[in-house]
Design a protein around this ligand. Sequence first.
Ligand code: SF4
Length: 399
Amino acid sequence: MPAQTLGASHLSPLHHASAPIRAILEKALEDRDITPAEAATLFRARGRDVAAIGAVADELRRRQVGDRVTFVQTRNINFTNICYTGCTFCAFGLPRQHPDAYAMTVEDVVHRAEEAQSWGCTEVCMQGGLNPLLGGDIYVRLVRAIKAAAPDIHIHAFSPFEIQYASQLQRRPVREVLLELKEAGLGSIPGTAAEILVPEVRQILTRNKLSTEVWIEIITTAHEVGLPSTATIMYGHVDGPEHWARHLAILRSIQQETGGFTEFVPLGFIYQNTRLYASGQARPGPTGRESLLMHAVARIMLGRWIPNIQVSWVKLGLPMAQMLLEAGANDFGGTLHDERISRSAGAETGEYVAPAEFERLILDLGRIPAERDTTYHILHEGPRYYDPAHPATMPGGQT
Ligand code: SF4
């Protein structure tokens, strides 16, 4: 659709947008890449400009990926919460002496993966703290053991920080570690541990964590060896529009080079139980306006390169997540049995959403539900689990 179609009518949201915002949105509607400075301008929008940005993001979403809203059946396995990194935004990592510290055995993890497969999950997502007691080969041992017991399940696991940790403990290059994991059966890695890829913000969030340069190097190497990844941002703490724009620009340039990102997932900061918030440095998570703009500007800036923009219902809550599917996003994320990291930080949303509930919310928007696998192959399209005649039964998953 030409740019003027959205701008032609006096009823169009573009008509009410301020001149600088309208100029950027018209450029986006012409399928041209916006600059980081233009993205920062969009992130600062207020009032009717916000609605215009959301409407243009929704239009680009429709053009780029159509009316499907996808989701994946996955189980989270946070195999240990013992961690000494001390990220100030994290309430999940604990010292080993803490009464709530835990580390699952390999057998525990395998059992959870087998359960997940029996529930219909196509993926297990594994991340944990950096637990020195487990040894540098824990990651490959976990992958091998799961693949032996549940060969069909896709293993989406280990952040760039965990990959760096394995590489350091084993004194082996990152590429070798990634290749070994891939050969063992790892399917993809989460692009977490990115937080905000801007050094001055990272310094406040996590002094001991890997640098922006190392994050980029590990993600790029993963893509090169054939391990796709997600891309993430954690926003709504000590950050702001310029940081977000710089972060998105880094992700876009990686994608232009490797094509290895499967999706972009904005993760709002859950503040309640964190030292970062208690110290008075951070605000209490993103506002609704900021979350809307994060998803919409991501669509506008990244959509041509990373077509899948996910809503994190764990961070946003289901009603807000549903609404952001009308502002540029096209993926509802995973069913997420057993998610622990956000709940440790104080997230109130539950630990599981049944596929039927995803379908109900997608149909409520007038869109098409579709179950996908980790790398966005569509497994089936149209409602399969939700029965409008019996809306309370919610079949099709763990109850
Ligand atoms: S975010 Fe990860 S690395 Fe940082 S403290 Fe928490 S568990 Fe450890």
